[in-house]
Design a protein around this ligand. Structure first.
Ligand code: AMP
Length: 230
């Protein structure tokens, strides 16, 4: 059981920068990130039985079943959760059933936890534009995110090569137009139910604007969590 963790849920549409902001928190603040999207992609690239089952759902922008996701989260908590003070849940929970499962897990696995829900706010048209230029390092232990949109601060130093591990960059299989549409539709379908759930739990949700360059978003996030005063 983990003592005194601060747990952040990043709730936001695809392309809102949940993963990029999480990665900065990991690298710069020594936090920990649980990304259910990364776990799913690892299963697919390792061609596990789970990977074979979820490949089609992911490519077409649909959600993976709650049962499989909750199993992945439990396994990650058992095997990977470290003693770090803060953990970000990036892309989990995404449905009401997952939020209910998380509620139980937090009570079971954390003797005390301070939960913060941060809703990343950006217009759909902006995320569609962002995702059209998003490239990811193909090395699944890295999965660094880049943007080939002109003027972006996320451009790789060398064209189509990851700065961090020199792996090749690729578009995500679910970043095509139809899947992005489906993922946005799915996100909005579940968002209100999640927000109502948090409301009934008495859990505050902080709206946080992410329609800014990543360095500005990170500075604002540190201010939001009180780390600008340290
Ligand atoms: P992400 O990397 O968070 O954008 O997730 C990529 C894809 O993985 C999603 O479009 C879903 O197909 C799947 N996925 C990730 N997290 C979840 C989740 N919590 N519940 C269901 N499916 C998920």
């Amino acid at each position: 059981m983990s003592q005194g963790k601060r747990v952040f849920i990043f709730l936001g549409p695809p392309g809102s920068g949940k993963g990029s902001l999480s990665k900065l928190c990991v690298n710069e603040l020594g936090w920990e990130q649980l990304s259910t999207g990364n776990l799913c992609r690892e299963h697919i690239s390792n061609q596990t039985e789970i990977g074979k089952k979820i490949d089609f759902a992911i490519k077409s922008g649909k959600l993976v079943s709650d049962g499989l996701i909750v199993e992945m989260v439990k396994k990650w908590l058992d095997e990977c959760l470290s003693a770090k003070e803060c953990v970000i849940l990036d892309g989990f929970p995404r449905t009401l059933a997952q939020a209910e499962a998380l509620d139980v897990l937090l009570k079971e696995r954390f003797s005390f936890s301070d939960l913060s829900v941060v809703k990343l706010v950006i217009e759909d048209e902006k995320v569609v534009a962002r995702l059209s230029g998003r490239y990811i390092c193909q090395n699944d232990r890295c999965q660094e995110v880049y943007s080939l949109i002109k003027g972006s601060s996320l451009a790789p130093r060398k064209h189509m090569v990851c700065d961090a591990c020199l792996g090749p960059l690729m578009r995500r299989s679910d970043d095509n137009k139809d899947s992005v549409k489906e993922r946005l539709r799915t996100y909005h379908r579940h968002e209100n139910k999640l927000l109502s759930f948090f409301e009934t739990q008495g859990q505050a949700v902080t709206e946080f604007c992410v329609d800014k360059p990543l360095d500005v978003v990170f500075d604002n996030f540190k201010a939001l969590v009180g780390l600008d005063r340290e």
